[in-house]
Design a protein around this ligand. Structure first.
Ligand SMILES: [Fe+2]
Length: 241
């Protein structure tokens, strides 16, 4: 199969539309004019390229990368999975960045307005790069849910934000990961902008007892699929020809 060629178009029936009034912020953020379709440029198809040298030793350990006086409060978890493309091929060397609220649902951000306290030992940001099989792994504290100003009493389910660079800017993906078994997922105005229930389920990390660390951390498995390239199909010869 060839690795060259343009990327698949994004499937608009799988991703949420830009204009979704129940998610109020989308009203001003969504485009007012029809989108123009442009061909991929060389720079979109070939860059960026990240080196493992760019990553610090604690970048994938949110339990320790901001610790000041001790370890942060909250349930300790491991999040791991693979980054694949639409042809189910692993994406090695993909930069993953993640950010989240602390166990009380509070972000370390100057515009944060929720009254839950900051944790002096938790920053809430990390990053890592996938290995040759497209695998990634990081350690953190399970974030708490938090209220946000949308409708009356709208709360976000516990979630971790992800930014993923693949082999190319055309593969860039920004998404959120949710946690298996959380009833608030199905009440969230942002989640409900996603039209297909199966697409929502793809954002829910599975609780994986087999990869938990005994007396230490639960594990959640979250695989990520980036846009794939259109590739030359194999020619299957009919039997007997
Ligand atoms: Fe958030």
């Amino acid at each position: 199969m060839s690795d060259q060629g343009p990327f698949y178009h994004r499937d608009r029936s799988w991703h949420p539309p830009a204009f979704t009034p129940q998610y109020k912020t989308s009203v001003l953020r969504s485009p007012r004019y029809p989108l123009l379709s442009l061909d991929n440029t060389i720079s979109e198809m070939t860059g960026p390229v990240f080196s493992h040298d760019a990553i610090g030793p604690l970048d994938n350990d949110l339990i320790r990368n901001y610790a000041r006086t001790g370890e942060p409060i909250g349930p300790r978890i491991v999040v791991y999975g693979r980054v694949l493309d639409e042809n189910a091929r692993p994406v090695p060397g993909a930069l993953l960045e993640f950010w989240q609220a602390n166990a009380g649902g509070r972000y370390r951000h100057r515009k944060e307005s929720y009254l839950a306290p900051l944790d002096p030992n938790f920053g809430g940001c990390g990053r890592t790069i996938t290995d040759q099989e497209g695998r990634y792994w990081f350690r953190t504290i399970k974030p708490g849910p938090y209220p946000w100003p949308n409708g009356v009493n709208d709360w976000r389910p516990a979630h971790i934000h992800f930014s993923v660079f693949g082999h190319a800017f055309a593969q860039r993906l920004i998404t959120q990961m949710y946690f298996e078994g959380d009833p608030m997922i199905w009440q969230c105005p942002i989640v409900s902008t996603i039209p297909d229930k199966a697409a929502v389920e793809q954002l829910i990390a599975a609780l994986d007892r087999n990869n938990a660390i005994p007396m230490d951390a639960l594990a959640y498995k979250f695989d990520i699929v980036l846009r794939g390239r259109r590739s030359t199909p194999f020619e299957n010869r009919m039997e007997g020809n």
